[in-house]
Ligand binder design. Sequence first.
Ligand code: A3P
Length: 287
Amino acid sequence: MTEAELYTLYKGVYVPSSLHPAQSLKYYEEFTFRPDDILIVTYPKSGTTWTQEIVPLVMSGGDPASVETLPNWDRVPWLEEHHACNLNLEERPSPRMFATHFQHNMMPASFFEVKPKVIYVMRNPKDVFTSSFHYHSIASFLVQPGPQSDFLHKFLDGKVLFGTWFDHVKGWLNAEDKERIMYISYEEMIMDLKDSVTRIAQFLEKPLDAEVIEKIANRCVFKNMKKNNKSNYSLVPREFMDQTKSEFLRKGIAGDWKNLLTVAETEYFDAVYKDKMKDVKYKFVWD
Ligand code: A3P
């Protein structure tokens, strides 16, 4: 099926129509944040699910009850998904935890008034592309990726979910109220998960003992987290996500793009990256 059949153009970017019908986008537009809400923001395939595991564990002081009993989409729901409308989020006790793939300029009015805390997770866009390419082949609500080079052009041109990686990252990096935003990368989490959990706990003003940090990091390493059926999407019926083709928690490494992109594709990607990111001062781990 095509983009026209599966996606809606919302504020200039594609969103999958089945997950984000007009009613859910309206719900998000009118959503009222609280100052102590915690928002995990990502471009898709940048480490959303991983952070949806870490943040509840940090906030519970390492108690695994919520990650063992609640699927990640209930535990840290996406505000733009229709599922959010049914969760009675207004009744949830503080601090509430949410996720969103929205670009900064798509955020609803209440976000800018209330300024909840944001953890913005970034990932090397070549690995985002790689993860996304595999993911599009297993999800029936997404347009099949087609030939790799075609999908690469769509990805770099932003003719994919939530627009271009470049706009997403630049928009959030340029956001005001920086003290309310923590920037972290997938690669930093891969390199030193204990340190990343410590930094997340500090940002969330949740001081934790070294043993608790160790316990959380251990639960969240790829091979352990992959076993959690509340986080590995095995609860999603195969007709929506066929994990016999490629698992959602697929490889969990940095640099897998080297196994996918050709030399010519890499050169093209690098040229586009250099141009689009020329004014960005932020020092990315992968640069
Ligand atoms: P790969 O496809 O490269 O393996 P998102 O949750 O934003 O959709 O991102 C999915 C990507 O994060 C997948 O990347 C997935 O394997 C990876 N991921 C999820 N949990 C992880 C973990 N605990 N450690 C490392 N990578 C993880």
